[in-house]
Design a protein around this ligand. Structure first.
Ligand code: UN1
Length: 513
């Protein structure tokens, strides 16, 4: 079980109580040590699933898929509806666990669970809308249509920063589409995953009590490292893997999946920018930039990392922004009023410091960025968010550093700023602050932002689940969550039915025997 001995920290005791309350089962061990970024204390020590255990989990999920695909989609939707209900019931506990395990401030921990509830609602509606087309055929007495079928076991590899919401974007769709799920959470955040597994089991129990058929093995959670990830990525019984994480991880996963012709949904690095134009509403811009750049301590894939400000408004915006950076409340994320919690761990802190040093070397002027001491949380890595004024887009500016660093640059020409905006390897999210409709429309046009998400007068982060989520270039190209992302979780068949008595061939071919 979790570390509940005399020396356990208050956070560990609270975590153990929350997990117990949810009915989560933990396999104790020594391999995976889960620490709270809040104070660095150990929350739990877990055993690690290796390749064999992962392969066994895939076997159970594959067997479950074979039953589940026969359950009508709206009935599958009923299970996801119950999952949404259980998440509503346990929102406070799960949101708190997210805060304890990831260090998110209270409203963001709860917001993460809200995102899960929202995608469940979306998926329930979807369960009656998995439509295919009927297509006009060139042949008499024929009908052509397409049918969407369940695809199989969906592998989900999730990152620490959205430890449960990203799973739900994938899983809620996968379940209504008739698939089972094997989930490998980040090694940094297995506890919230195990809590979600327990919540899911409650939904399954209610579904069965209503007379529904839900096989065991619909959701398998493997708490493991590289070996289990590789077993999941290489297994031919897993036709689709949805992986969120770094571009480095994506480069390892993508080719392995391609090698066996499996599908990949990759949601990798972002290096999201905003352009502030001469006509921008600067009050709104200030708030939009502050949340997008400092929120979640800069640890969202969609965090704002590059800010291009027109020279004519630079001196009206940037000093105010610096003031906001100086006054934002950094601290224990569980305390009311805190807006910036800790970084996930020391490595993140070291990477941030390295990026700031590189920026200084490249001519940047850094405001903030130092380690902050938080009373009672000395073991946590807290930082003052950094605003770095850069002479140009170079060095660390074109890389993603998963920390609250905002690089600020001046621009004068709109075409040039669009070029610079797109001149990074990543392509996740983007935004423009302007009240000039020509600029706004150009930014979202084919010649504008090259990202998967392009916003106007909103920062790049905090996307709703109703839209498709994902990006281009080194971000990986997949789409999750809303719109028609569900199609990636099903296989399409094209069916031609001949209800006549002759056999006309397509393409005008004559083949009389
Ligand atoms: C992520 O950081 O991996 O747009 C996802 C947002 C959230 C999801 C971010 N809805 O900020």
């Amino acid at each position: 079980m979790t570390d509940t001995d005399q020396t356990a920290s208050g956070l560990a005791r609270e975590t153990a109580l929350l997990l117990e309350g949810l009915g989560a089962s933990l396999k104790a061990g020594d391999a995976i040590v889960v620490r709270s970024p809040i104070d660095g204390s150990v929350l739990a020590r877990l055993a690690e699933a290796g390749a064999d255990e992962t392969t066994a989990a895939i076997g159970r999920a594959d067997a479950a898929f074979r039953d589940w695909r026969r359950v009508p989609a709206p009935k599958r939707g009923e299970l996801v509806r119950l999952l949404g209900e259980e998440l509503r019931i346990h929102k406070a506990a799960l949101g708190r666990l997210v805060s304890l395990e990831v260090g998110k401030i209270t409203s963001e921990g709860l917001g993460e669970v809200q995102e899960m509830i929202d995608i469940c609602d979306f998926a329930v509606g979807l369960s009656r809308q998995l439509y295919g087309l009927t297509i006009a055929t060139e042949r008499p007495n024929h009908r052509m249509m397409e049918t969407w079928h369940p695809i199989g076991v969906v592998g989900v590899i999730s990152a620490f920063n959205f430890p449960v919401a990203v799973w739900s974007w994938n899983a809620a769709l996968a379940f209504v589409c008739g698939n089972s799920v094997v989930w490998k959470p980040s090694e940094k955040t297995p506890l919230t995953a195990l809590a979600v597994a327990a919540i899911f089991e409650r939904a399954v129990a209610r579904f069965r009590a209503e007379g529904g058929t839900a096989p065991d093995g619909l959701l398998e959670v493997v708490v493991g490292g590289r070996a289990s990830g590789e077993a999941l990525v290489d297994d031919p019984r897993v036709p689709l893997v949805s992986a969120t994480g770094s571009t480095v991880m994506g480069r390892a996963v993508g080719p392995r999946l391609a090698k066996r012709f499996a599908r990949a949904i990759l949601e990798l690095g972002g290096n999201n920018a905003a352009i502030v134009c001469p006509s921008a509403d600067l009050d709104l811009t200030l708030r939009g930039v502050a949340f997008a750049a400092m929120g979640t301590a800069g640890q969202r894939c969609t965090t704002l990392r590059r800010l291009f400000v027109h020279y004519s408004v630079y001196d009206r915006l940037v000093p105010r922004l610096k003031k906001a950076y100086g006054s934002v409340k950094i601290g224990n994320p569980l305390e009311v009023g805190t807006l910036v919690g800790p970084l996930i761990d020391e490595r993140a802190f070291t990477a941030m410091q390295a990026a700031l040093a590189a920026a200084t070397k490249a001519g940047g002027t850094v405001t903030g960025g130092a380690r902050a001491t938080v009373a009672g949380c000395e073991g946590g890595f807290y930082v003052a968010p950094a605003l770095v004024e850069m002479p140009e887009q170079c060095g660390p500016v074109v890389e993603e550093t998963f920390a609250p660093i905002l690089y600020v640059m001046r621009y004068s020409d709109f075409d040039e700023v669009i070029r610079l905006h797109n001149a990074v390897p990543q392509g996740l999210s983007s935004s423009i602050f302007t009240t000039d409709m020509r600029e706004a429309e150009r930014f979202v046009s084919a010649e504008g932002s090259d990202c998967g998400i392009a916003n106007v007068n909103i920062g790049p982060s905090g996307a709703e689940i109703g839209g498709a989520f994902g990006g281009e270039k080194e971000t990986g190209g997949g789409r999750e969550a809303g719109s028609d992302s569900w199609k990636a979780y099903m296989r399409r068949t094209t069916n031609t039915v001949n209800y006549g008595t002759t056999l006309p061939l397509a393409q005008g071919v004559v083949f009389d025997v």
